[in-house]
Design a protein around this ligand. Structure first.
Ligand SMILES: Nc1ncnc2c1ncn2[C@@H]1O[C@H](COP(=O)(O)OP(=O)(O)O)[C@@H](O)[C@H]1O
Ligand SMILES: [Mg+2]
Length: 166
């Protein structure tokens, strides 16, 4: 028997620090599947929004393969849309794996500043960052548990906390 495999769904606005936080998950033996990387593979580059449907399909397939092999996965995407979270929940359910949310938060001005320092093709428009940030800000643990997640963990990535050893 495999030890319990889990599905961790990251939720956070662009620039909140999801991809940085997910590096710690890799160290725990979790396979991190990034929608940005999948956009680069299935589309033209990491910010290629036209490639989003193909990227979701690609990540879902990789998630299935990993879970079938007994490896826990984390989905590195904004997770702002309920529809997308439900997709990962269903995938987890198909494998009998509990799904948890890892909500990554930084102040909106920090998310915007980080977004603005990215290469242009990787930047999200400011209004998109702001809209997602507010959507995510309104999500309560109870909302996410009601969707079907078994646990919600929250992490803040404030400036200067990148190397505090946590
Ligand atoms: N805790 C932190 N402290 C300082 N800078 C951070 C921290 N977390 C992330 N960053 C920086 O912010 C930027 C965006 O982080 P990233 O993880 O790529 O965000 P996301 O994947 O949520 O869009 C990166 O340049 C990263 O180095
Ligand atoms: Mg990222």
């Amino acid at each position: 028997m495999h030890p319990t495999t889990t599905v961790t769904v990251l939720v956070g606005a662009p620039g909140s620090g999801k991809s940085m936080v997910s590096r710690a998950l890799v160290a725990d033996g979790i396979t991190v599947l990034s929608l940005d990387e999948a956009r680069a593979i299935r589309g033209e580059h990491e910010g290629d929004q036209k490639a989003t449907p193909a990227a979701f399909t690609y990540v879902a397939r990789q998630a299935h393969e990993n879970l079938a092999a007994g490896r826990s996965v984390a989905i590195d995407g904004t997770g702002a849309r309920r529809h997308d979270r439900i997709r990962w929940l269903q995938l987890a359910r198909e494998h009998g794996a509990p799904a948890t949310v890892l909500l990554v938060w930084a102040p909106l001005d920090v998310c915007l500043a980080r977004n603005a320092t990215r290469p242009e093709h990787r930047q999200a428009p400011e209004h998109v960052v702001a809209r997602m940030w507010h959507t995510i800000d309104e999500l309560t643990d109870a909302d996410l548990v009601a969707e079907g997640f078994s646990r919600v963990d929250r992490v803040t990535t404030a400036p200067g906390s990148a190397d505090d050893g946590e």
